[in-house]
Design a binder for this molecule. Structure first.
Ligand SMILES: NC(=O)c1ccc[n+]([C@@H]2O[C@H](COP(=O)([O-])OP(=O)(O)OC[C@H]3O[C@@H](n4cnc5c(N)ncnc54)[C@H](O)[C@@H]3O)[C@@H](O)[C@H]2O)c1
Length: 340
């Protein structure tokens, strides 16, 4: 069976593709490769992998003809990147994904899984949020997720199985490393400067999930009976991995056993949500295998052994800004499509 992963060269996608190939699936990776192709270097020579460099907004739908399932991950993938150009975020994260879903249905793809985010819950303290809770998206990124969910779920029918996965904040190692994610970034700060950056005021709640676990959740959904997952939304994570940011910083300090200080930054975070993961556990028997402590140690060891580097590409919004600025500069000097 062939699975098309949009955004397959990204932080989650590059781990997911590895898992899919290990399980014997054939994979098509559709990506703009904003972060380069080297994120797929571990799998690039695998004959079961086909790479398509294209954009979700205009790719040729013929590529969907022999595809059984689509995992739709391509997006500007966090709040600050989503604010760089909100109209483009709307085009990619909402309309782009709606296009992928509609074309998938038209071309006979049987299953479609949307990579959404628990950030659609926005700010809700005191209560444990589940899939039926009202949404409160606070940013362009979160609003686009909500719109994509709203318009893609009704495409579900007997022949087209649609599932939305609201992922918790992800952590852990990936070939396309992201240090702009809370756990990874805090470990980097501890390693590099002996300081754990903590966004004020530290009491905000966030759910977390390891990158291998969230990748496995997509595969679990695809392998589950249609009647269990069709038209369904699942939060992806586990109740025990709801943490307050300050609590997380303390966990990192205790786990690493090196002298570190807490470094406060930013104005108080308006996003805070505690999420229930009971549905995915009870309906699909899905339980994460990894804990934040596993992720902390794995990232720390990789930094220590030089297996992962802190480059601008690991900070999503900075990299997109850099691409936009470089484009502007090049446009000013290019003539006849050349520099010199
Ligand atoms: N990482 C998290 O903590 C997290 C949490 C919740 C939800 N999500 C969602 O999961 C998905 C994957 O996230 P990630 O962390 O792997 O992000 P990422 O930025 O590492 O990967 C996104 C990939 O999409 C590609 N892409 C972007 N725009 C494209 C376009 N127009 N056409 C084709 N490809 C395009 C990029 O080149 C990149 O490889 C995203 O939809 C994100 O919003 C991520």
């Amino acid at each position: 069976m062939k699975v098309l992963v949009t955004g397959g060269a990204g932080y989650i996608g590059s781990v997911m593709i590895q898992l899919l190939l290990e399980k014997g699936y054939k994979v098509k990776c559709l990506d703009r490769f904003f972060f380069g192709k080297e994120t797929l270097k571990n799998v690039i020579s695998n004959p079961n992998l086909e790479i398509i460099k294209d954009d979700v907004r205009w790719f040729n739908p013929e590529i969907l003809k022999d595809v059984h399932a689509v995992f739709d991950l391509a997006a500007l993938s966090n709040d600050p990147s989503g604010e760089l150009d909100p109209a483009k975020t709307y085009d990619i994260n909402y309309l782009g994904r709606l296009r992928v879903a509609k074309l998938s249905k038209e071309y006979g793809v049987e299953r479609y899984v949307l990579a959404s985010s628990c950030s659609v819950y926005g700010f809700r303290e005191k209560i444990l949020l589940d899939e039926r809770s009202p949404l409160n998206p606070l940013t362009t990124y979160a609003k686009c997720n909500m719109l994509a969910e709203r318009d893609i779920l009704p495409l579900a029918d007997e022949k087209f199985t649609v599932t939305v996965l609201r992922q918790a904040t992800v952590y852990g190692l990936s070939p396309r490393m992201r240090f702009d994610l809370a756990i990874n970034g805090m470990v980097l700060g501890a390693f590099k400067h002996g300081k754990i950056p903590v966004m004020r005021d530290g009491t905000q709640w966030r759910p977390f999930v390891h990158v291998k676990d969230t990748s496995r959740a997509f595969i679990t959904v695809m392998e589950s009976p249609k009647e269990k997952v069709n038209g369904q939304i699942f939060n992806v994570g586990s109740d025990e991995q709801n943490l307050q940011i300050f609590q997380l910083a303390k966990m990192i300090k205790d786990t690493l056993e090196i002298p570190v200080e807490i470094e406060w930054y930013g104005s108080p975070d308006k996003r805070s949500y505690r999420v229930s993961f009971n549905k995915i556990k009870s309906m699909l028997d899905f339980k994460p295998k990894y804990t934040p402590k596993d992720g902390i140690m794995e990232v720390y060891e990789a930094l220590k052994n030089g297996k992962v580097e802190d480059t601008i590409k690991t900070r999503t919004v900075e990299w997109y800004k850099h691409l936009l600025e470089t484009h502007k500069l090049l446009k000013e000097v290019l003539m006849r499509d050349v520099i010199l």
